[in-house]
Ligand binder design. Sequence first.
Ligand code: RB5
Length: 146
Amino acid sequence: MKIVIGNDHTAVDMKLAIKAHLQERGIEVTDVGTDTSESCDYPIYGEKIGKAVASGEADLGIAICGTGVGISIAAGKVKGIRTCVCSEPCTARFSRMHNDSNVLAFGARIIGTEMAVMITDAWLDARYEGGRHQRRIDQLTEIENR
Ligand code: RB5
C-alpha cells in the first residue's frame, strides 16, 4: 500500500504525526509537502495529491489544511478523485465502504492529532463494498466525462 500525503502551512505537525503513524502500519508514504509554516496555497498540494492517486503512483491520498475543505476541493478537481472531509471516524469509514473515497481530508484547525489518527485508521481499515454502490460511482464518473 502506498499513500501520498500533503498539507498546507497550517498542518505540518499533524502531517508529520499521520505520516509516522502510516509508516508504523507498514505503509509506504510519499510526502509532497509543505514542510514549513511559511504561508502557502493549498491548491498546489491538493493537486499534487490528486494527481499522484489518479495516476496510480499512490493507492490513496491524505490531504490536510486548516479545515480540510480547501485542499479536498483542490484534490477533487483531478479526474477520478473522490474526496472526503472528516471530523470523525464514522464518515471516513462509510466514505470508503459506499463512496470508494480515494482521498481523505481533515482540518488541523478543527480536530486534534489523536482524532486524526482514529479517522485515518477507520478509513484504512474499511473496504469498498461495490455492488449497488458501483452504479453510483459510475454515475460520478459520468459527471466528470460530461
Ligand atoms: C489557510 O489560512 C486556510 O484558509 C486553509 O488552511 C484552509 O483551511 C482552507 O480551506
